[in-house]
Design a protein around this ligand. Structure first.
Ligand code: SF4
Length: 97
């Protein structure tokens, strides 16, 4: 007998997120053309917080961010993004640790 397979999306759905309205903890630096690293965030963010808008610029919607730090490692040092933890009481609530 094989164990049931849990999909990542199903596990992520179990998390809860408390939005700090008007105070996003991640900001993308204004740009005309995104850097290669910034564009990569649209593919590697596990919560799919980054997307390309109709003008070809990368935007972030921090709601749902799991605070994994991937985007911070890739894009904070070069100034593409500003990253901080959400204020206390806000952000992700992990149901499974
Ligand atoms: Fe996505 Fe992780 Fe960055 Fe949050 S910290 S926006 S989950 S890559």
């Amino acid at each position: 007998m094989t164990a049931p397979v849990a999909r990542i999306e199903d596990r992520l759905y179990q998390n809860r997120y408390v939005v700090d309205a008007g105070r996003p903890h991640i900001k993308v630096r204004p740009h005309q053309f995104p850097s290669t690293n910034l564009l990569a965030l649209t593919r590697i963010c596990p919560a799919k917080c980054y997307e390309v808008n109709e003008n070809g610029q990368v935007e972030v919607t921090a709601d749902g961010c799991m605070e994994c730090g991937t985007c911070r490692v890739l894009c904070e040092a070069n100034g593409d993004i500003e990253w901080s933890y959400p204020r206390g009481g806000f952000g992700v609530l992990f149901k499974f640790g």
